[in-house]
Write a protein of this length. Structure first.
Lengths: 273, 322
């Protein structure tokens, strides 16, 4: 019955992918346009990329975004992994449903609500808004994504390996670092990457929680986009797309390889038992 | 042998203190993220609810009454609870702007969810029917835009849909549109639909693909053998079996689309009312914190039903999957 894809399937895939990719491709092409008008092609040029390099405000914003992203993704990965361990391993405890509700809610809540509520908290406790408040806000919503990713890995985890280590007298903390962590590492790394890209991408929550001192790249892009389309914005967008796309592709290939190796190691360990 | 016997009590003692540190460790692993979420998620949310019952004031912060346990003590705080008012909520019901933006958010989100389903289903179906070796590549291609910045993907449409944009240029050059009267799409609700469908398409395709890929093709062969036309077989076999994916995809598009801010702000015009944008305007432009908070509380109330339904469906799907 399956004699390769039918014309209908091929058409729907082609149209669907064209819809997904055409806008991005056009944006990238027009970032190399020599003219200022983004709809009229005036020949190839990389001058907007050089203009970007001269734009100190844009560079500052990029630096703020990278620092917030690295810091918040790292803390969110630690907290999210702890939350996932708690939810999968702790069984029943007081306030479990409250905890699991709090961890899954930010995945579905509108960003405007999360941003507004965190801002009101920072005002209430008199915390000056800026780099740190933005970082805290990003940790809070990205740790939930990390928790979900790590949780799904922990559920399908062979606990006998861990139990064997504990039975042989390995302390729990060491068991975690030498047995559990290496086995869930692909999920932890994907969690970190997801947290980092979400932080890099976030406009709404950052706008609510940041102060005058710390402008992130999305906030900067947004304020310029409101003034209209410009080739310089196309150029910065192209750079972001390239970085994220290369990162995502490399990471997914790496993770696939690590996953195959881990499976083999797990099978060997199971066979040795 | 003697060495083992001598070592046994030592090991037992080590195990004892080990058990204590392990209990402490387990408690810490639980307590740290728990405390973080309580303080940075639950408490802020309660503050929003509280401020929504306060009144606007020209002050810093711009609302009254302000609670301060250190100054008021418990009795003072209780006295201030009496000052809380429902004036903000009464105001929301009197001004038609608010309920109109609620209704239009739900309407826009629901319509774009159906359009996304109509575009996403054939795509997911085609992917699931492709030769096995193509599938990881196609899946990667659907996931990749999801990693790319949301803001950038919305921005990309401005250049296409604008009056002087690429779409009009193309249509004029092939003679479909009169150069004197270009299509006006940007700053209308149509552009908002396009933006939502485009941005959330991967959220629809992934669950659809997951349920269509699992589909047992022998069922379709059986239907064909029994004289069922492909079209009827699709509606009687394939579609019902893919229903979990359809439901999950619809929720994943509808829930975030209701509270969307970036898309209506950048692509929509003044006639596009969406609640996320209303909240933003109240907060940043009108600086009316109580009204912004009340809008947030009501937005959450709209979303509670679909969120709970979605989580129940996910839990059920997980159980049947095991």
């Amino acid at each position: 019955m399956n004699k390769g894809p039918s014309w209908f399937n091929l058409t729907s895939i082609t149209l669907g992918m064209a819809f997904l990719y055409l806008p991005i491709v056009l944006l990238v092409i027009y970032s190399f346009n020599a003219g200022r008008n983004v709809a009229i092609w005036e020949g190839w040029s990389t001058k907007w990329y050089f203009a970007l390099w001269q734009d100190q405000q844009m560079l500052d914003a990029a630096w703020v975004t990278i620092r917030v992203g690295l810091l918040s993704a790292s803390v969110a990965t630690i907290l999210g992994t702890m939350a996932a361990m708690t939810l999968v391993r702790h069984g029943r405890f007081f306030g479990r449903s409250l905890f699991s509700g709090m961890v899954s809610a930010p995945l579905v809540l509108p960003e405007v609500i999360l941003g507004l509520s965190l801002l009101l908290l920072f005002v209430a406790i008199g915390f000056d808004r800026g780099f740190w408040t933005m970082t805290i806000a990003h940790i809070t919503f990205t740790m939930c994504y990390v928790a979900v990713v790590v949780q799904s890995r922990l559920v399908s985890f062979d606990r006998t390996l861990e139990e064997a280590a504990l039975d042989l007298g390995c302390p729990p903390l060491r068991t975690f670092f030498s047995i559990t962590l290496p086995l869930i590492l692909p999920a932890v790394i994907s969690g970190w990457m997801l947290a980092f890209t979400l932080s890099l991408d976030d406009l709404v929550i950052a706008s609510f929680t940041t102060g005058p001192g710390a402008t992130s790249l999305p906030i900067k892009i947004y304020s310029q986009v409101r003034l209209g389309v410009s080739p310089q914005i196309n150029a910065i967008c192209t750079i972001i797309i390239a970085v994220v796309a290369v990162g995502a592709i490399v990471a997914s290939l790496q993770l696939k390889r690590a996953e195959t190796e881990r499976r083999r190691a797990e099978q060997m360990a199971a066979a040795g038992r | 042998m003697a060495a083992i016997e001598a070592a046994a009590p030592v090991a037992a003692r080590a195990g004892d203190s080990g058990a204590r540190t392990s209990a402490l460790g387990r408690l810490l692993v639980m307590a740290i993220p728990y405390a973080w979420m309580l303080f940075f998620f639950l408490v802020p949310f309660l503050i929003v609810v509280k401020i929504s019952f306060s009144e606007t004031a020209i002050a810093i912060p711009p609302y009254t009454p302000v609670f301060d346990f250190a100054v008021d003590g418990i009795a003072g705080t209780i006295a201030k609870l009496g000052e809380l008012s429902t004036a903000t909520y009464e105001f929301l019901t009197t001004d038609s702007l608010y309920w109109r933006s609620y209704l239009s958010s739900v309407w826009i989100a629901a319509t774009s969810t159906l359009i996304t389903l109509a575009i996403g289903y054939p795509l997911a179906y085609g992917m699931a029917r492709c030769p096995r070796e193509w599938r990881p590549m196609l899946l990667m291609m659907v996931i990749l835009p999801f990693w790319t910045s949301f803001l950038i993907r919305v921005y990309a449409w401005i250049g296409i849909l604008a009056r002087e944009g690429l779409l009009n240029k193309l249509l004029i050059s092939i003679g479909l549109v009169d150069p004197a009267q270009p299509l006006v799409i940007l700053s209308t609700t149509t552009a908002v639909y396009i933006g939502i469908v485009y941005s959330y398409l991967p959220f629809m395709v992934l669950p659809l693909y997951a349920s269509l890929e699992k589909l047992d093709e022998t069922l379709l062969e059986a239907a064909a053998d029994l004289g069922c036309t492909p079209w009827r077989a699709f509606w009687q076999v394939t579609f019902p079996l893919s229903l979990p994916g359809v439901i999950a995809g619809c929720f994943l598009v509808f829930i975030p689309a209701v509270g969307e801010f970036v898309i209506p702000d950048l692509l929509g015009g003044s006639e596009t009312l969406m609640i996320g944008k209303t909240l933003w305007t109240e907060f940043f432009n009108n600086r009316d914190w109580p009204v912004a908070s009340a809008v947030a509380v009501l937005l959450l109330l709209i979303l509670v039903i679909p969120i709970v339904l979605f989580q129940n469906q996910q839990a059920k799907a997980q159980e049947t999957g095991r």
